[in-house]
Design a protein around this ligand. Structure first.
Ligand code: PHE
Length: 345
C-alpha cells in the first residue's frame, strides 16, 4: 500500500516537473511534495502501521525516492536559472552604436578666464602673482596708501564696514603695502595681485558693489614712468592684439605721483570711433602712476634710492569688452544660461 503511494508520488512529481517553467513554480512543487509538511512526510506518517520486516524496505524506498526527486528538482532549478540568465542577457544587450549621454562639465567663469590671461602675460614679463585678504584693515586699504582718515579721496571708495577699522577692501592696492612690508625693503618687487573688491555702489549695467581688480606693482632702483608705459603697452598688445595703442592722461590717486589714467585704442572700432568708445576711439582700462614717496617710505623703502610704478585694472571691464557683455551684473548673478556660454576651453 505505502509502496504504491510512494511510487505514485514519484510518477506524479516527475510528470509535473516536466511542466514547470519558472523558479517559483518549482519551489511550489518542492514544498507541496517533499517539503517538511509535504505529501511525502504525510505518507511516511503511516510507517508506524507497517510490520517490522516491511519498515526498513519501505524506509529505504522512501529515501531513494526523496533523493531522486531532490536531484531532479535541483537539475531543473539549474536549467531554469540558466535559461533566465540567457533571457536577461538577450534583453540587455548593449548597443554600442548609441551616442553617449553628454557629461555636463563646468566652465570657467569669464572673469577667471580674463584674470588668468592677464596673469599669463605678466608672468611672462617676470611678475609674480600675490594675494591679499578681501576683509582688510583701514590701515592697509587706506592709510598705508597715503589716504589718511578724513581724506576726501576716501569718498570715492565707500565700502562695507565690519568695524570702524575693518572693511571689505575697496581696491587691490592694499596688496602693494602688504607685499612691500613682507619683502622688508628687498628689491625687485614685481607683483600682480588679482582679486575681488567691494564698494558701496548703486548697481546698474556698469556698476556693481562687488567687482574685480588686478593690481600691479614694480619697485627697484631706477624705475621710471617709461617703464610703466612700456610694460602696459606690451600688455595691451598681448591682450588685445599687436596693433594696440595706449594713451596716458593725467589723473590723481593719493598713492601715486604722478598719476595717470590709461586708455587703449578701442577694441571694437580700432580707434575710428563707435558706440563702445563713445566716438572717442579710446577706452579707459586702468589707473596707474609712480608710487608716491610716502607710500614707499611707510612700507620700508627709501624713496631716495628706490622708485616704482603701480597700476590697477578692472577685469570686469576687460571681460565685457572681450566677450561683448552689456551688463556687469551678469558676472555675479550665477545664471547658468550666461555662464554656460563660456564653456569653450
Ligand atoms: N586702486 C585704484 C582704484 O581702485 C587704481 C590704481 C591702482 C591706481 C594702482 C593707481 C595705481 O581706483
Amino acid at each position: 500500500m505505502m509502496r504504491e503511494q510512494l511510487e505514485d508520488l514519484r510518477t506524479r512529481v516527475l510528470a509535473e516537473l516536466e511542466q514547470v517553467d519558472s523558479l517559483s513554480a518549482l519551489e511550489d512543487l518542492r514544498v507541496k511534495y517533499i517539503g517538511k509538511k509535504g505529501e511525502l512526510t504525510e505518507i511516511l506518517k503511516g510507517m508506524g502501521k507497517l510490520s517490522p520486516e516491511e519498515r526498513p524496505v519501505i524506509g529505504q524506498l522512501a529515501n531513494e525516492i526523496r533523493q531522486k526527486l531532490e536531484q531532479e528538482l535541483e537539475q531543473k532549478k539549474d536549467a531554469l536559472e540558466k535559461a533566465q540568465l540567457e533571457a536577461r542577457l538577450q534583453e540587455e544587450t548593449i548597443d554600442v552604436t548609441l551616442p553617449g549621454r553628454p557629461v555636463a562639465t563646468a566652465s570657467r567663469h569669464p572673469l577667471t578666464q580674463v584674470i588668468e590671461e592677464v596673469e599669463d602675460i605678466f608672468i611672462g614679463l617676470g611678475f609674480e602673482v600675490a594675494e591679499g585678504p578681501e576683509v582688510e584693515t583701514d590701515y592697509y586699504n587706506f592709510e598705508a596708501l597715503n589716504l589718511p582718515k578724513n581724506h576726501p579721496a576716501r569718498d570715492m571708495q565707500d565700502s562695507f564696514y565690519i568695524t570702524e577699522e575693518i572693511l571689505m577692501r575697496t581696491h587691490t592696492s592694499p596688496v602693494q603695502a602688504r607685499t612691500m612690508e613682507r619683502k622688508e625693503g628687498k628689491v625687485p618687487v614685481k607683483i600682480i595681485c588679482p582679486g575681488k573688491v567691494y564698494r558701496r555702489d548703486d548697481d546698474d549695467a556698469t556698476h556693481s558693489h562687488q567687482f574685480t581688480q588686478i593690481e600691479g606693482l614694480m619697485i627697484d632702483e631706477g624705475i621710471r614712468m617709461s617703464d610703466l608705459k612700456g610694460i602696459l603697452l606690451t600688455f595691451a598688445k598681448e591682450m588685445f592684439g599687436p596693433d594696440q595703442k595706449i594713451r596716458l592722461r593725467p589723473s590723481f590717486f593719493p598713492f601715486t605721483e604722478p598719476s595717470v589714467e590709461v586708455d587703449i585704442s578701442c577694441v571694437m572700432c580700432g580707434g575710428e570711433g563707435c558706440r563702445t568708445c563713445k566716438q572717442t576711439g579710446w577706452i579707459e582700462i586702468l589707473g596707474a602712476g609712480m608710487v608716491h614717496p610716502r607710500v614707499l617710505e611707510m612700507s620700508g623703502y627709501d624713496p631716495k634710492r628706490y622708485t616704482g610704478f603701480a597700476f590697477g585694472m578692472g577685469p570686469d571691464r576687460i571681460a565685457m569688452l572681450k566677450f561683448g557683455i552689456d551688463d556687469i551684473r551678469h558676472f555675479y548673478t550665477n545664471d547658468l544660461r550666461f555662464l554656460e556660454q563660456f564653456n569653450r576651453l
